[in-house]
Design a protein around this ligand. Structure first.
Ligand code: MG
Ligand code: ZN
Length: 219
């Protein structure tokens, strides 16, 4: 019997992820891994983001346990989308993303968004070859998310605090959220957004464009 340790599996995953990251870099593409709970607003954020990135070339890899509903929503914006169905697995891994990316022409892209399976826990541990992880956390989920799910906030470069149009209707202490997030990760950029009303979308898109520019300057 051969016992495969979780850390060996993660190591193999990281090697695959590094290979994809090198390919993205050679094409000047920024890879963004969106992580958040089910219902945090990841797909809606992507729809608004793609509209705002008009003129730039965007593709999306959608991770879900089942259905192609999110990829269908993305395709309605005009951006190419590839749906991964994990059939039960609660996170994407680099192998799945590489397989999905083979359906896309990376050479013509500026941004590759990967919407992870809705889950705040294990997606934080899996490198998908992205340049940045972004955690999407909605005000409807409560302000204790950084304290309860620290890993994803530590690893993310930005946090989109989504659904801020709901703030008058929920008990959510935005200063507490910011302070807890900063304690875990002083470099985390917190971006309050309402994809529904459009608030903060411009700032989020500016952040993305800055990251793309910075990446291309480093090449
Ligand atoms: Mg979704
Ligand atoms: Zn998982």
């Amino acid at each position: 019997m051969r016992v495969k340790l979780a850390r060996d599996i993660l190591k193999a995953n990281d090697q695959l992820a590094n290979g994809l990251r090198r390919r993205l870099t050679s094409h000047g593409v920024l890879g963004v891994n969106l992580i958040g709970s089910p219902g945090s607003g990841k797909t809606t954020l992507l729809e608004r983001t793609i509209e705002r990135l008009e003129g730039l070339r965007v593709a999306v890899i959608e991770g879900d346990i089942a259905t192609a509903l999110d990829a269908e929503r993305i395709e309605r914006t005009g951006a190419p989308a590839v749906q991964i169905n994990t059939e039960g697995a609660c996170h994407l891994d680099a192998n799945m993303v590489i397989d999905a990316a083979s359906e896309l022409d990376l050479a013509v892209l500026d941004f590759l968004f990967i919407e992870n399976v809705g889950n705040l826990v294990c997606p934080a541990a899996w490198d998908l070859g992205e340049d940045v992880k972004v955690v999407v956390s909605s005000v409807a989920e409560g302000d204790e998310k950084p304290r309860k799910y620290p890993a994803v906030f530590q690893k993310a470069a930005a946090c989109v605090l989504s659904k801020v149009d709901l703030l008058p209707h929920v008990d959510f202490d935005i200063e507490r959220f910011r302070a807890d997030a900063a304690l875990l990760n002083p470099d985390l950029t917190v971006l309050p957004v309402s994809a529904r009303e459009g608030t903060g979308v411009a700032e989020w898109v500016a952040w993305l464009k800055d990251r793309l520019t910075a990446k291309r300057q480093r090449r």
